[in-house]
Design a protein around this ligand. Structure first.
Ligand SMILES: [Fe+2]
Ligand SMILES: [Fe+2]
Length: 142
């Protein structure tokens, strides 16, 4: 297995793991809402999701550039900006919620919005971006 293939496999396994976590968070947002839950969600985003994005932007991009200097890897990084913006929005709403300036319903709305964006992002990577990247490696050994 080549380097690119190995990294893509690892990233895909993480997607599945994160989707399970998100499903669990969504259930809790609906049935078991608490400030601790919000802390858990923020920690998940700041640790797991951040580290995953770093692997894509650094480890994967490095491996791609080794295989093909001309490959346009901006698409990999571009998608993360939308997610970062949604994370900032959620953080602001949580801060407002903590000082009584906004409702629980509003926090749930922003968390759901972020989760939907994350899911769409994973789908886009697995269905379009990753297969294109994998081709780079496969074509080299033809
Ligand atoms: Fe990504
Ligand atoms: Fe990803």
């Amino acid at each position: 297995m080549g380097k690119i293939e190995r990294i893509l496999k690892e990233l895909t396994v993480e997607h599945t793991e994160f989707l399970n976590k998100i499903k669990n968070f969504q259930e809790k947002l609906e049935n078991d809402f608490s400030e601790e839950l919000l802390e858990e969600i923020l920690e998940f985003i700041e640790k797991d999701i951040e580290e995953h994005a770093r692997k894509e932007e650094e480890d994967l991009v490095d491996a791609i550039e080794e295989a093909d200097k001309n490959f346009d890897s901006d698409a990999l990084i571009f998608g993360h900006q939308t997610l970062n913006d949604a994370v900032d929005d959620l953080k602001s709403v949580i801060d407002e919620f903590k000082i009584g300036k906004t409702s629980q319903k509003e926090v749930v709305k922003y968390a759901e919005r972020l989760f939907t964006l994350i899911k769409d992002h994973f789908i886009e990577e697995e269905h379009f971006l990753f297969p294109d990247i994998l081709k780079l490696e496969l074509e080299r050994f033809e």
